[in-house]
Ligand binder design. Sequence first.
Ligand code: PGA
Length: 249
Amino acid sequence: MRKHIVAGNWKMNNNLSETQSLITDLKNQNKTSDAEVMIAPSFTNLWHANESLRTTEIEVVAQNMHFSESGAYTGEVSPEMLKSLGITTVILGHSERRAYYNETDESLARKVDAALKHDMRVIFCFGEELSDRKANNQEAVVESQIKNALFHLEADAFKNIVLAYEPVWAIGTGETASPEQAQEMHAFIRKTLEDKYGSETAENVSILYGGSVKPNNAEEIFSKPDVDGGLIGGASLKAEDFYAIVNAF
Ligand code: PGA
């Protein structure tokens, strides 16, 4: 059975003391749902966050990593560096990294391989731009993003892959895909997986929705059968809001 997951992507927010205080607030929240909870602070706060949350239900995950083991890549962080802190999950392919740091399907395929090689779990993000949706091209775009970065993998690898559909036009804009639009795309994604890997693999992969999920719309989005959770940006920066979303399952 696939899992429900709610992951908070803090992006480039929160210095050390802000991280400490948000973590204190998170520890005071009550989880009433069956969702796995994750937060993704910036690299500089991963160690502290992971130490502070070690004995809790919250998993600390990374927002990105390099595909190489080590070497002359100024400013980058390797899988082994993350593993040495106890971080075993990484978000890859967020649309902001694709747009601002030129991440391509090809480089993302290498990152996915590196993560899996290090026994890490991947939250793989993808989604169409507004122009794609306006041209009714969203399914072709999403299909090619998934195929190019993931379809070289064996079915077994999908035990360690979580998918996150994030339409670019809905991220940080206050504009959410309607629950029906999310369900339609998630069902398409699952069908795409099924066509390649069979129904068992497809049924077991969690597919998260991301893009302006808030306490007031989470329940309706999460009620859709192919929506298995959320990747939450802005609303993950306040513990009460984040847990209202976690508890929307
Ligand atoms: P948002 O961000 O919830 O602020 O729209 C989602 C994301 O980028 O993961």
